[in-house]
Write a protein that binds this ligand. Structure first.
Ligand code: CTP
Length: 399
């Protein structure tokens, strides 16, 4: 599977760097073309000569390799060359810089300009790995669409025992193989996704909205694209960015979302409607800003069209329709009712009773229920991991 694949390995300053030699060896043996980049600190832990010999190519460390002759390393070209960039080991320092757009060495410049998927294998001591700033940086890197591997548990170089070890080279190798096979899981499929809230105008400056961030739907869109799907994301107002791999159509009102989704649905194989669409909108929108008055202000509301239901009504046999349900009580019962009333193939249930789940969080806790009422409950996970659970359930059901 890895034969001919171009893999760029970024090595940073961590004692685990010695294990990267074995990873490079495994990749070369599997037929991959491997190039290695190192940060200056990484060279204190393992010599460029070792990694250069194993990868059969000179190792790059500095932006400018021969200043007096004006020779520099073209980081843009390196980022374009690779099918995959693997940062292993990724130190807390490099993780912090990657998460915050800092670019003070060649490896970081390549990361910022890389167009290919990026895998990150963290390695540090357990208290560093547990630190809130590191956690935040890692979740940010996941949000950017990077594949962040979980550090492993065991004895650390400090002698302490806990989480923080770089995954073993064999495990990184397996994750790399999986990354390439994932691409195939949804290749040739067209997936339509909705995300975010909608804003229903009251007057030119005010609206009725909700606190959906769009994070869940955007995580699904990014992952589906990295699994090879052609993804159209119809997104309500959200500050969360998406990569160029996703075709994003920004909308504001439920009516605009309805129009775009219904336009794209006939040519979609799968539709996943995760947006928190307003169920009501002001019946009339004031042309000018409503002035403050002493009297009570009543705003008459009318229902918006149910986008998900409209797709359920026109769904063809070969189309797979997924809805979301955010419930506070009688969760399972209500979700099952929605499967029937909206003619869904699968529903993703979020309960507002679960801590860390729902709007705004980076985590979510879901239950999947299919049209035969088969139910699978999942633990609290990052939204990227939840996206993988949802997409895996879809992959199992579509041809
Ligand atoms: N949805 C939609 N269009 C709407 C309202 C909701 O497409 N106008 C979709 C959401 O994207 C989600 C699903 O319907 O996939 C469920 O939304 P939810 O608000 O939980 O259900 P409702 O049918 O609106 O019922 P209720 O709010 O009464 O629970």
């Amino acid at each position: 599977m890895l034969r001919g694949k171009k893999i760029l390995i970024g090595v940073t300053g961590s004692i685990a760097a010695y294990k990267t030699a074995h990873l490079v060896r495994l990749l070369v043996k599997a037929g991959a073309e491997v190039r290695v980049l190192m940060t200056p600190a990484a060279c204190d832990f393992i010599s460029p000569l070792t990694l250069g010999t194993l990868s059969k190519h000179p190792v790059s460390v500095h932006m400018v390799s021969n200043a007096d002759q004006g020779t520099w390393t073209n980081h843009v070209e390196m980022g374009m060359w690779a099918d995959l960039l693997v940062v292993a080991p990724a130190s807390a320092n490099t993780i912090g810089k990657m998460a915050n757009g800092i670019c003070d060495n060649l490896l970081l410049a390549v990361y910022l300009s890389a167009k290919c998927p990026v895998m990150i294998a963290p390695a540090m001591d357990l208290d560093m790995y547990r630190h809130p700033s590191v956690k935040l940086n890692l979740s940010r890197l996941k949000e950017y669409g990077n594949n962040v591997l979980q550090a492993e548990n065991g004895e650390l170089a400090s002698g302490l025992i806990g989480e923080g070890r770089m995954p073993e080279p064999e495990n990184i190798f397996a994750a790399i193989e999986q990354q390439f096979s994932k691409k195939k899981k949804l290749s040739g499929k067209r997936i339509l996704i909705t995300a975010g809230p909608t804003h229903e105008a009251i007057d030119p400056v005010r609206f009725i909205g909700n606190s959906s961030s769009g994070k869940m739907g955007i995580a699904i869109a990014e992952l589906a694209a990295s699994w090879g799907a052609e993804v159209h994301l119809v997104c309500g107002p959200s500050f969360v960015e998406s990569s160029s791999a996703v075709h994003r159509i920004n909308v504001r009102f439920a009516a605009e979302m309805y129009k775009e989704v219904n336009r794209l649905f006939p040519s979609s194989d799968v539709a996943i409607l995760s947006a928190a669409v307003a169920d009501y909108r002001p019946k009339s929108v004031a042309g000018k800003k409503i002035k403050k008055a002493d009297a009570v202000l009543n705003i008459e509301l009318e229902p918006t069209a149910d986008i998900l239901k409209s797709l359920g009504e026109k769904k063809k046999k070969n189309q797979f329709l997924v809805g979301f349900a955010l419930e506070t009580d009688h969760e399972i019962e209500n979700a099952k009712k929605k499967i029937k009333s909206k003619n869904l193939d699968l529903i993703v249930l979020n309960s507002l009773n679960d801590k860390g789940a729902g709007f705004g969080y980076d985590t979510n806790k879901i239950t999947l229920i299919d049209r035969n009422n088969k139910m699978v409950r999942f633990e609290l996970k990052s939204k990227q991991e939840v996206a993988a659970d949802i997409l895996n359930a879809i992959v199992k059901n579509i041809k």
